[in-house]
Design a protein around this ligand. Structure first.
Ligand SMILES: [Zn+2]
Ligand SMILES: [Zn+2]
Length: 236
């Protein structure tokens, strides 16, 4: 019965490729064969803190060498280029929830080494403000965290960290404004004493959101805060 229902749904709402947006010929695949070849995770030298690409001889990106980070370490899988921007846009705003299955699988696969090394006790998605989540219908980061947690057998909680204050869109703000915009935006609802937390989000750009979330988790007692994201901005 379930597979019958699934077949009907696939006819009504066929799954699409998260990169080229064409209907997938193989409805069980997460990405089309052409895009599977052309979309590659970043494998070059990385900032030891945030995982952004750096020149071979550099340890830290310009942002992390200027600023103390609250998080311990993290990385993004793909570059946040035009096609990934378009992909995430459709995932978040145009109902292409199945793209999340592809993103989660990519984090599980390409983040494996880090996940095994960091030994997180708990996965925490970056929260949305409740009014924003109602409008969007789901939290894109929680959708990913649920799948990654299920794959690795790590508990997930979308409740320990909440967004209590609405914040302006970060896109047009500079670094100092981003920082101010996010101060006191998050709140931890539980004590997290001694826990190693892995935060999940869709994109890492300047790191101001991740820093604010990590600072809040540390204040609640977390021992370490790591992060993994689907995409990361270019060299800082
Ligand atoms: Zn494709
Ligand atoms: Zn960095």
């Amino acid at each position: 019965m379930r597979s019958f229902l699934k077949k009907c749904l696939n006819i009504l709402y066929p799954r699409c490729c998260p990169v080229c947006h064409q209907i997938l010929e193989n409805q069980k695949a997460l990405i089309c064969p052409e895009c599977a070849v052309s979309l590659k995770p970043y494998e070059g030298p990385r900032c030891m803190k945030c995982g952004k690409s750096v020149a071979q001889e550099e340890e830290y990106c310009s942002e992390c060498s200027q600023k103390k980070r609250a998080f311990t370490e993290g990385r993004g899988i793909y570059f946040y280029d035009d096609r990934m921007k378009a992909s995430l846009l459709r995932y978040k705003y145009y109902g292409r929830r199945e793209y999340g299955d592809f993103y989660a699988a990519a984090i599980c696969r390409y983040g494996r080494k880090e996940i095994e090394r960091w030994k997180a006790d708990l996965l925490v998605p970056v929260p949305l403000h409740p009014s924003k989540q109602r409008r969007r219908g789901f939290n894109q980061a929680e959708y990913l965290a649920d799948r990654i947690g299920a794959f690795y057998g790590i508990p997930v909680s979308g409740r320990v960290l909440i967004k209590k204050r609405k914040t302006k869109s970060q896109k047009k703000l500079n670094a100092a404004e981003r920082y101010r915009n996010l101060q006191n935006a998050f709140e931890a609802r539980e004590r997290l004493d001694g826990l190693r937390i892995l935060v999940i989000d869709d994109v890492y750009t300047t790191g101001s959101t991740m820093d604010a979330a990590a600072a809040c988790l540390l204040e609640a007692g977390a021992a370490q805060v790591y992060f993994l994201t689907v995409c990361m901005g270019n060299m800082g």
